[in-house]
Design a binder for this molecule. Structure first.
Ligand SMILES: Nc1ncnc2c1ncn2[C@@H]1O[C@H](COP(=O)(O)OP(=O)(O)OP(=O)(O)O)[C@@H](O)[C@H]1O
Ligand SMILES: [Mg+2]
Length: 273
């Protein structure tokens, strides 16, 4: 039984006709984490946004996307809106852009919860406080009273994770959620993602350039190149013996980077485990 089934997803530019994602199919079981890796422009973000049905209007998509038995491709936009947030949450690379800059963070959180739940304001606040504390935000009320630009990137990502805990969606799509963070914060936020998954039992799609992170979090990996899936498999198999030359290149260049980093830090490489 699959939580998400994507069959023959194709995405193209309506004006030029250029094909951006070609015949992509993948499946995700409950509680499983699928990583999507690949070079810049290979179609990772477009594929994620296609599942949310949030690609720009200049793009077209075809194929079948089924979430928990519901065919999202055929859902009226009004119904699709109810799915977003409640059933599928997307956490983006840049926390700042996910929030309305003109309002305190708390206003945005309450508003999002109000779309999906009938809770009172007090109930929402209690749930948010609990979730925010659990992801290491020590003073939730102060955080909620701040404007997005007053918080660091790492804090905003934690706020997004806390919101996801309260929303408890079936699937979380995280599109490079740690690339805008420094190395230490990156590590901490990845750990929060790992815990999030075990806590709410959601499935996860995790896009990342960092194979060390992928190794830590993903059960399976999809490798994309020029809009196509060129390789897929269990994470440990991909690391142990990638078949496609492009994946081998990706693994070896990441390992080299990792070794260099670890030499500087005086530790062992994490991607080789
Ligand atoms: N709105 C759009 N209209 C036309 N082409 C687009 C549009 N958005 C993205 N593209 C093109 O689609 C391709 C895939 O883009 P996508 O954003 O999915 O890449 P990506 O794999 O997420 O890359 P990155 O690692 O840099 O985030 C790119 O060639 C990009 O130029
Ligand atoms: Mg992208």
């Amino acid at each position: 039984m699959y939580m998400l089934e994507v069959d023959h997803l194709k995405i193209w530019d309506r004006v030029t006709g250029r094909i951006l994602v070609l015949d992509s199919s993948f499946r995700l079981r409950q509680g499983e984490c699928l990583a999507i890796v690949g070079e810049s422009g290979s179609g990772k973000s477009l594929s994620c946004r296609a599942v949310m049905r949030l690609n720009q209007s200049g793009l077209r998509q075809s194929g079948r996307i089924v979430l928990n038995g519901v065919n999202l491709s055929e859902l009226p936009e009004k119904e699709m809106r109810k799915m977003r947030g409640r059933r599928i949450c997307m956490i983006m690379q840049n926390g700042m852009r996910a929030f309305d800059p003109s309002r305190p963070v708390g206003a945005h959180l309450h508003e999002t919860l109000a779309v999906h739940y009938q809770w009172s304001r007090g109930e929402m606040t209690d749930l948010l406080i609990q979730a925010m504390k659990s992801v290491g935000l020590k003073d939730p009320l102060t955080v909620m009273s701040r404007y997005p630009h007053e918080l660091s990137g790492g804090m905003l990502q934690r706020v997004m994770i806390a919101l996801a805990i309260v929303l408890a969606p079936d699937i979380i799509i995280a599109d490079e959620p740690t690339t805008a963070l420094d190395a230490i914060t990156q590590f901490e936020v990845v750990e929060q993602f790992v815990q999030l998954r075990s806590r709410i039992g959601c499935s996860m799609i995790f896009v990342s350039h960092d194979l060390g992170v992928v190794n830590r979090i993903a059960d399976e990996v999809l490798v994309m190149k020029d809009g196509e899936i060129v390789e897929r498999g269990k994470t440990r198999d991909i690391f142990a013996g990638a078949q496609h030359p492009y994946t081998r290149y990706l693994v070896s260049s990441n390992l080299a980077l990792n070794r260099h980093f670890m030499k500087l830090m005086g530790g062992d490489s994490v991607a080789e485990g």
